[in-house]
Design a protein around this ligand. Structure first.
Ligand code: CDP
Ligand code: CDP
Length: 222
């Protein structure tokens, strides 16, 4: 186990990575990195600047934005240039824009160091798509957390309705499939379990069981 241990939790959208990673970090007293939030903050910055990543001329402005993104994590709030964007980064639009930006290799490279800066004593739990493969390849435990598309869409619907908003299952299901496809088919850091990852299908597992499974795996290695 390296000096500052990292647990990587990767997987598709709505598999439960964020919820589980934060709980595992809490139990171990480790720091927590929500790497998707960084992609989402960039997405909001790009939307506010009315830039389109499909236009080469706009992409030339987006790439330096990624490398110099003025993002701050303060307590449980996320700030972009000092403005609280904790809520606006969670919209479906921001998620879609994040996944469009995430296919650009220069964008990924620009965000790399910012993610690695989260590695601090006593340890880190990081969730995303490429935590185990690219950002923290020396993680002492790599988990690929997944669940069926049906279950993930149902969980997303419940999550949205829990916030008192209306959710359309069909729309969420097809957005989820489109995002899975874009995330898995891109050339750089595609979404797939790395060789040394333990795959955990949590379609039929309550959250606390997922958390205890991961804690047991961590314990075995410490
Ligand atoms: O929570 P959800 O899985 O819907 O998304 P997220 O983790 O917040 O990430 C939003 C998008 O950013 C994903 O669809 C990915 O395209 C991208 N992303 C990535 O490429 N690599 C990461 N490490 C994290 C997110
Ligand atoms: O971060 P990611 O997009 O992978 O998913 P999340 O936002 O952590 O989880 C999506 C929803 O699924 C949340 O409302 C979790 O509470 C729920 N969930 C669940 O019901 N059972 C699990 N085993 C894992 C997550």
């Amino acid at each position: 186990i390296p000096n500052c241990p990292v647990i990587a939790i990767d997987g598709p959208t709505a598999s439960g990575k964020g919820t589980v990673a934060a709980l595992v970090a809490g139990r171990l007293g480790y720091h927590y990195l929500d790497s998707g939030a960084i992609y989402r903050v960039l997405a909001v910055a790009v939307e506010r600047a009315a830039l389109n990543p499909d236009l080469p001329v706009d992409l030339l402005r987006i790439i330096p934005m990624a490398a110099n993104l003025p993002v701050q994590f303060r307590d449980d709030r996320i700030l972009l240039g000092g403005v609280d964007v904790s809520e606006s980064i969670r919209t479906e639009d921001a998620g879609v824009m994040a996944s469009r930006l995430a296919v650009v290799p220069e964008v990924r490279a620009g965000l790399l160091q910012r993610q690695r800066d989260f590695r601090q004593a006593p340890g880190l739990v990081a969730d995303g798509r490429d935590m185990g493969s690219v950002v923290f390849p020396d993680s002492f435990l790599k988990v690929f957390l997944t669940a069926s598309a049906q279950v993930r869409a149902e969980r997303r619907v419940r999550q949205i309705e829990g916030r008192g908003q209306k959710a359309d299952f069909q729309a969420i299901y097809s957005d989820l499939m489109a995002r899975d496809k874009r995330d898995s088919e891109r050339a750089v850091a595609p979404l797939r379990p790395c060789e040394d990852a333990l795959v955990l299908d949590c379609s039929n597992m309550p959250i606390d069981q997922v958390v205890s499974t991961i804690l047991n795996w961590a314990q075995e290695r410490i």
